[in-house]
Design a protein around this ligand. Structure first.
Ligand SMILES: Cc1cc2nc3c(=O)[nH]c(=O)nc-3n(C[C@H](O)[C@H](O)[C@H](O)COP(=O)(O)OP(=O)(O)OC[C@H]3O[C@@H](n4cnc5c(N)ncnc54)[C@H](O)[C@@H]3O)c2cc1C
Length: 386
């Protein structure tokens, strides 16, 4: 029998969450990251829209995004060969029947991001000429919304973690977890690992990891979201188009390496799995795109889906379990886990080091109560009592 490897912290999951956590925690502790697949980033992290918008997600998410911006614009020296953010912009559009919603949305958006401004339909069409004048009744623009180099960020975290001594172990699906003499013992096909603390960054599988460790679940709900590429309209340079997002969350599209990225913005409950695009969801996305624009979808060059995993209040779950404090949660990032990863990784590392929220995150108005798993236990208790 091989000897178990001892470390300070075991991170389970090699998506953006686990990679970011390994990067930050390895500043002051020995880390082993365990990933089930043969490479990190295979699941949701490799399937996103790569958008850094400060105007999407609930108030907690938006504040965490604001706290993540400085890392994205000025990452540590040597972190990445290219800038992590590039200019995109995001236009939110509305039909006549959505104008009230657009007004409310704009007011809420401007409260946190004052650079967001209303646009006339003509101004929106000037930016994205395929938008239909008979569809569009109102719009606003977030000028500083950006594209993220997701691979650059993910690889930067992994490379940086390795440089600080972390070990990244792939083909290491966690099969069993138990606790012996103050240590977690984690069994995988790639070996057995021992550490006093575990970080659960297993995305859609987070509650399964908790169950293995004898920790109560937090009620994770993986929701499938579909995306597909279509060729750009013939003879049109789309490279400067902003992301276009429907205010009712019915679709969005944006340029993607010379093609168009389109999503029906679906959110279908799923079990944790290797998600794939259903034909019906691709068809719904194509139909909504054709309704709002003059584009005729003749060919889909690639389609895929990923699981955006939420808890009931739509905020992430970060911090020690309230009943088993050596089990640290880093899950529930929903549709926002790329753009929030710089700040959430630091929050996770700070809690492991016994500290509170980093000052800059707290200054944005985020509190520990927004993130702690304890808040979910409280609401579970209230539900049982009522
Ligand atoms: C279509 C789509 C568009 C999106 N657009 C955006 C966007 O524009 N901006 C944004 O910020 N976010 C976006 N997101 C959300 C973002 O992609 C996710 O929030 C983020 O990738 C979650 O990262 P994660 O590391 O938690 O999960 P994952 O990337 O799923 O990683 C979890 C990892 O845990 C591993 N794992 C699970 N079980 C085990 C086990 N037993 N042992 C070992 N390893 C295990 C898995 O193999 C997996 O690699 C989008 C998502 C989708 C699907």
């Amino acid at each position: 029998m091989s000897v178990a490897e001892e470390t300070d912290v075991i991170v389970i999951g090699g998506g953006m969450a686990g990679a970011g956590a390994a990067f930050e925690i390895s500043r002051s502790a020995k880390v082993v990251l365990l990933e089930r697949e043969n490479h990190c980033g295979y699941h949701t992290t490799g399937r996103s829209a790569a958008s850094f918008t400060e105007n999407y997600g609930n108030g907690v998410i938006r504040r965490i995004v604001l706290a993540s911006r400085s890392f994205m614009t000025e990452p540590p020296a040597g972190f990445s060969d290219y800038p992590l953010l590039s200019k995109r912009g995001m236009i939110t559009v509305a039909r006549a029947d959505q104008l009230d919603l657009l007004r409310q949305d704009l007011e809420a958006a401007r409260a946190l991001v004052p650079s967001i401004v209303a646009m006339t339909p003509a101004e929106a069409i000037a930016r994205v000429p395929v938008l239909r004048a008979d569809y569009l009744a109102g719009a606003y623009i977030e000028p500083h919304s950006m594209d993220i180099d997701v691979n650059g960020l993910h690889q930067g975290f992994l490379r940086g973690a390795r440089a600080r001594g972390a070990r990244i172990v792939t083909n290491a699906g966690v099969k069993a977890i138990d606790r012996q003499g103050g240590q977690w013992r984690v069994e995988t096909p790639a070996g057995t690992f021992l550490a006093p603390r575990i970080v659960n960054a297993a995305g859609a599988w987070g509650d399964e990891i908790a169950a293995m460790a004898g920790v109560r679940p937090v009620g994770l709900q993986p929701k499938r979201r579909t995306a597909f590429n279509i060729p750009a309209p013939a003879g049109v340079d789309i490279s400067d188009w902003p992301l276009v997002h429907d205010v009712g969350a019915e679709f969005y599209f944006k340029p993607d390496a010379g093609q168009l990225f389109v999503s029906p913005a679906d959110a279908t409950l799923s079990v944790p799995m290797d998600a794939y695009a259903e034909d019906i969801d691709v068809a719904i996305g194509a139909e909504r795109l054709e309704r709002a624009t003059t584009i005729e979808v003749q060919r889909v060059s690639r389609s895929w889906a990923g699981l955006r995993t939420f808890v009931a209040d739509g905020s992430p779950v970060v911090g020690p379990d309230d009943e088993v404090p050596d089990f640290i949660w880093l899950v529930g990032q929903g549709g926002y886990g790329i753009k929030t990863s710089p700040a959430l990784s630091r929050v996770c590392a700070s809690m492991i080091a016994g500290g509170g929220l980093p000052d800059d995150v707290a200054r944005q108005g985020v509190s520990l109560a927004d993130l702690t798993p304890h808040r979910l236990r409280e609401s579970q208790r209230k539900q049982v009592a009522s």
